[in-house]
Design a protein around this ligand. Structure first.
Ligand SMILES: N[C@@H](CCC(=O)N[C@@H](CS)C(=O)NCC(=O)O)C(=O)O
Ligand SMILES: [Fe+2]
Length: 325
């Protein structure tokens, strides 16, 4: 055999490089294993819409780049009836810059204070729009109010209706759904990794809770939903749909934790009874005026962000019911 024999130096080098290879492989396997075992953490970016005090979230699985957009806002000027997509486009710009793939456009509820940008986002990303399955209850209530006869009140305007306990994939993460009614009958909370997106259930500890005086809203029901949220681990990150700056605070904040809410929420911290909360909430609700954009918001948002059908000449109108609500 010629050339089959290696010198002692060459054999040693081969053995060393084989050992290095094995070590490398072992290290890579270990890294992959610890990645698979590590708790999946969602990356959360907030886009705050100051005109309506709404927090829109871009939630990402950093491993896959899969993303969800929660509670997107369409800019709307009530005095002129003009819409713009500036806020939603800011979110899309971040999606583009970071090379993310939008998999879901999610609503926590039929918002009564801002118009949803879900249709614009769907047009650009192709992602499905999800909301709580009880949206049909809201549609049944408001269909006659807005003479929305074009809208079948069964939630079919949305691509996915989520019920308590449902889940949906977001890359390596899972979106878990909790039905958390009270502010409206269809409110849901999305739990993604160690973060919850609670919509309008609670606000920052120094501001309290959401109003319960909309049709189908109920303070005792909200209390029970909040107790379920506060039974989650204390270090759960809690993201709110609004911040109105509590008296004495001069910056907007939209993130808190289960622990901070249990210890310090001025309406509903640990130790506040259901009866006391209901009394406090009813008292406050009696003094609140309607959100400035409730009439345009509800009729658009219950149609999954679509405006009422255009007239024969193509013009789109929003209906204002007179002396109705
Ligand atoms: N001034 C705001 C009020 C918005 C409002 O009523 N927000 C609701 C959530 S959609 C709420 O729960 N507010 C609680 C409170 O102020 O106690 C507007 O006109 O949009
Ligand atoms: Fe709301």
């Amino acid at each position: 055999m010629t050339g089959g024999k290696k010198g002692a130096g060459q054999a040693g080098r081969d053995e060393r490089s084989a050992a290095a290879l094995r070590q490398n492989l072992h290290k890579r396997k270990q890294q992959a294993r610890s990645r698979a075992e590590a708790p999946a953490i969602a990356e959360v970016e907030c886009f705050f819409h100051e005109p309506t005090f709404t927090a829109t979230y871009l939630v990402t699985d950093p491993e896959s780049g899969d993303a969800a957009i929660i509670d997107a806002v369409l800019d709307y000027e009530g005095s002129s009836g003009r819409t713009r997509t500036t806020h939603a486009d800011n979110v899309l710009e971040a999606v583009e810059k970071r090379g993310l793939k939008v998999r879901w456009i999610l609503e926590t509820h039929v918002h009564a204070d801002h118009l949803s940008a879900a249709q614009h986002l769907k047009k650009v990303t192709g992602a499905p729009i999800g909301i709580g399955t009880h949206v049909a209850v809201v549609q049944k209530t408001f269909r006659p109010v807005f003479a929305a006869w074009d809208m079948v009140p069964d939630g079919s305007q949305f691509d996915r209706l989520f019920a308590e306990g449902d889940s949906a994939p977001l890359g390596r993460l899972s979106i878990e759904v909790m039905h958390t009614p009270g502010h409206t009958p269809a409110c849901i909370t999305y739990r993604i990794g160690n973060a919850i997106f609670v919509g309008d259930t609670m606000f920052m500890p120094d501001y309290g809770s959401a109003r319960c005086d909309f049709p189908g809203g109920d303070a005792a029901t909200l209390y029970r939903s909040v107790r379920r949220l506060l039974a989650l681990p204390g270090d759960t990150r809690m993201f709110l749909c609004h911040d109105y700056k509590a008296p004495g605070r001069d910056s907007f904040v939209w993130e808190t934790s289960v622990k901070a809410q249990r210890e310090g929420n001025i309406h509903i911290k640990d130790g506040v009874s259901e009866a006391d909360f209901v009394e406090l909430r009813r008292g406050r609700d009696a003094k609140l005026s309607m959100p400035a954009l409730i009439l345009p918001s509800v009729q658009v948002n219950m149609r999954a962000g679509r405006f009422p059908p255009a007239d024969a000449d193509g013009a789109v109108h929003i209906r204002i019911p007179v002396d109705r609500i």
